[in-house]
Design a protein around this ligand. Sequence first.
Ligand code: 3PG
Length: 217
Amino acid sequence: MAVNHTLSTPLTALQVMQDAPVIPVIVLNDVAHAVPMARALLAGGVRMLEVTLRTPQALACIEAIARDVPEAVVGAGTIRTRADAQAAANAGARFAVSPGYTSAVGQACRDVGLALLPGVATGSEIMMAQEDGFTELKFFPAMQAGGPAMLKAWSGPFFDVKFCPTGGVTLQNAPDFLALPNVICVGGSWIVPAEAFAAGDWARVTQLAKDTQRLRK
Ligand code: 3PG
């Protein structure tokens, strides 16, 4: 399990992607859920945690995890603007994930010291991210935008790019992605179900995280 390894600061996108087979895409509506959720994932061997900036509580949740669960590595998802990057860094996030890519977001993350996994869905977006020096990218939304076949097609022209497919990925289809040489990890929300949070069923979250360990490449 990767949980005891020490990670340098600042992180690189490659370190974020290589830590575990799955980066959980987390939506938190209640700050009280943040710390038990992070501990539950850690107990299942998952420490790279992407908390999406989609709820009013997200930044407070990142802050709570950064403060109270130092063994976890908390990042911020849904980074769309310079202000998002700044707020995420201020809250204690150590990496950022974006649903698309702009040079402004790329530069903002560099300015505040956040490793960024930029989201791409087309060849032109890959080329823009590469022009700005990003070679580890999130393929989003992965299933909707072409799935494993798209990544196979990209492996020719974009032979020097690695991907984290996210969007529609499940425990069942994750092996199809992880079998590809240009895929390092996947992202997904299935290991952090809202109903488990609502019920305080942290044992279920731990089990879902443990189930992903068999996906390790
Ligand atoms: C997202 O940003 O919402 C992620 O892609 C999660 O997608 P999923 O819910 O299909 O895993």
